[in-house]
Design a protein around this ligand. Structure first.
Ligand code: PLP
Length: 623
């Protein structure tokens, strides 16, 4: 990885580097820096989540286009349809954008809980498919019946025999007095022998939480038949797990599911008409060519699905089924970018101005100083070695009590200055030794965000997300970087990894703002994100583009203020408020005027979100 942070590998051309900045590769191609500054100038500090609806649209149309192309290529007769699994991202600014950009596709939603079902019932256009997966109780099944009665095209996917029995019961209650019954469509989720792979593999396979075994399937079929519901049975469903890095398990699963479909069809399930292949379509998160996560392209995926199903249909002499997908990650990941300001560089203190040189310094310190001053390209390597040697000696001298704390501090600073200067002079050499040295002396970047809130899959699953600075891209970054978030948890760290190195710029953030962008955060991260340390969902905004190609900022939602965060945890806001006020009023340390002033300050702080302002801002206030 050079100065381009592997952007060609992971960005799918959605973002490009233009001179010194990373830009949105759409319409007038604004830089992320410009957009970020625009939001911050409105007074919003802390991390900012940018949403790009044009990227959701791109994913949806790519998905439909590829499947339609494959259908044409193989002369496939079934339809292609997709739904979005809400569990991947239920935030209204996302869901509303999704529905807006997918209008021409008859695109629907998949719900896995009652609350998600309510989102689906209120956001899916009439006629577009709603599928309902996951464990269901009687109430949830009744909600599906209510949706069907509204006119929704809704399919209940049966995950177990018990659910089918409940459907029969609810059907009886809803329809016993009606001449023309209204019943949701029925799908059955099948438990496959073939399992997914990767860290999300658990949703497929025989030990999966979901789906019917062959024995249960036969029982279910008979139950459906005996209760006159065969007309409703129209879909077979499977899902082999998320972020499928390799295509072969899908092919196996397709053959298994296809043959089950054909068997049921030939057995008399005349209304059966669709195979739902679930999600699993993967996203390339890697920034490094040697660590790519996927070995197939969407075109291959679509070809395989269409080809395998066509073949089975031909062999078993049945009509080619409609194909449904429930891709979530593929649709949502790339639409959002998290921008987080760097607050501090750990070694920023190691600055010339911090040196406390004495009238008379220990000889080794004098030598260190000379090394630093006289170091040039030719001598860099040698002086660097000498400097590191001297440091060892000086630290030993300190331990033995021969030099004092000021000498020790001067040592730290001088060695750091020597290292920085030599790295800068040697940066184009690319020698292995320099690389090793660089990797050893990582810089820690304190970044104003929470990994727990914004990259929970990094914390929980070590999933890598592409990250890069949004500016200074015309300068070669030289600092091997470890990222620290602002939680008080030592797990809130993205440590430097020599195998997948991240280099950032040496900046003085007290003079110059420096932002990191985290990409592909649109799937799962937002809703899995947790309020560890009570850092909540970041300030978010939709970036839309108009006819002229200019962008506008829409539907900005600020990160929750401190009182609302506590209110959400069921603290009594009024009580907290009274308690704080009371303590100030009762204080004997200050007078009335001071109390009033502090009360004003207190209320200001309570109305703000819990992320940090910049370090400069806090300095200004205390000075
Ligand atoms: C989670 C889930 C999906 C979405 O999977 P992705 O890997 O995000 O595409 C689809 N279908 C079902 C049943 C799911 O549980």
């Amino acid at each position: 990885m050079n100065t381009n942070y592997g952007i060609k590998i992971w960005s799918d051309n959605n973002f490009i580097i233009k001179n010194s900045t990373v830009n949105v590769n759409y319409k007038n191609k604004p830089s992320l820096l410009e957009i970020t500054n625009n939001v911050r100038n409105k007074g919003y500090k802390g991390p900012i989540l940018l949403r790009f609806p044009h990227l959701i649209k791109k994913q949806i149309s790519t998905l439909y286009n590829e499947f339609n192309r494959a259908k044409k290529e193989f002369n496939y007769q079934g339809d292609f349809q997709a739904v979005f699994p809400l569990k991947v991202n239920q935030f209204p600014n996302f869901v509303n954008s999704l529905m807006e950009v997918s209008k021409t596709y008859n695109y629907g939603l998949e719900a896995g809980s009652k609350a998600e079902l309510i989102i689906a019932m209120t956001h899916t256009p009439m006629g577009a498919p709603i599928t309902v997966n996951g464990f269901k109780d009687k109430e949830m099944i009744a909600l599906c019946f209510i949706a069907a009665n509204m006119g929704h095209n809704i399919t209940i996917t049966i995950e177990g025999l018990g659910e089918l029995e409940t459907i029969i019961e609810v059907n009886h209650e809803f329809n016993k007095k009606r001449e023309i019954p209204v019943i949701p469509k029925i799908g059955v989720r099948i438990r496959l022998h073939s399992a997914g792979i990767g860290i999300w593999a658990k949703s497929g396979g025989y030990s999966s939480k979901f789906g019917l075994t062959s024995t249960e399937l036969l029982e279910a079929y008979e139950l459906i038949q005996n209760n006159n519901l065969l007309e409703q049975l129209w879909m077979i469903h499977f899902h082999i797990g998320s972020q499928m890095s390799d295509i072969s398990p899908l092919k196996k699963a397709l053959r298994e599911a296809g043959n089950i479909y054909a068997d049921l069809k030939n057995r008399g399930a005349s209304a059966l008409n669709a195979i739902n292949i679930g999600g699993g379509l993967a996203v390339e998160y890697s920034q490094h060519a040697h660590a790519k996560e996927i070995n197939y392209a969407l075109s291959e995926f679509a070809n395989d699905v269409v080809f395998v199903l066509k073949e089975i249909a031909k062999n078993k002499e049945i009509a080619e089924p409609d194909i449904f997908t429930e891709s979530g990650r593929f649709i949502a990941s790339n639409h959002s970018v998290l921008i987080a300001p760097v607050l501090e560089l750990f070694s920023q203190d190691y600055h010339e101005k911090s040196l406390r040189l004495k009238e008379i310094n220990p000889p080794l310190i004098v030598e260190l100083y000379d090394l630093w001053v006289s170091l040039n390209r030719a001598t860099a390597r040698e002086y660097l070695h000498d400097g590191l040697d001297h440091m060892e000696s000086l630290l030993t001298l300190f331990d033995l009590g021969y030099i004092d704390l000021e000498d020790r501090s001067n040592t730290e600073i001088l060695v750091n200055l020597i290292i920085k200067k030599s790295i800068l002079l040697l940066k184009d050499d690319g020698t292995e030794e320099l690389q090793k040295l660089q990797n050893k002396i990582q810089e820690r970047y304190l970044v104003n965000f929470s990994t727990f809130q914004s990259l929970p899959d990094f914390w929980g699953l070590k999933q890598h997300f592409p990250m890069m600075p949004i500016d200074k891209l015309d300068i070669k970054p030289t600092n091997p970087a470890t990222i620290w978030d602002i939680t008080c948890d030592s797990d809130g760290e993205i440590a430097f990894d020599g195998e997948l190195p991240l280099y950032l710029h040496d900046v003085d953030v007290t003079k110059d703002e420096y932002f990191l962008a985290f990409f592909l955060t649109g799937a799962y991260q937002e809703v899995l994100g947790m309020n560890h340390n009570l850092f909540t969902h970041p300030t978010e905004v939709i970036v839309e583009f108009d006819e002229e190609g200019n962008y506008t900022l829409e539907k900005l939602i600020e990160s929750q203020n401190i009182m609302d965060v506590l209110d959400d945890m069921d603290y009594d806001k009024n009580w907290l408020d009274k308690k704080l006020k009371y303590q100030l009023e009762e204080s004997t340390l200050i007078n009335q005027t001071q109390k009033r002033e502090l009360l004003g300050k207190l209320y200001l702080y309570l109305s703000e979100n819990s992320y940090l302002k910049t370090i400069q801002a806090s300095n200004e206030e205390s000075s």
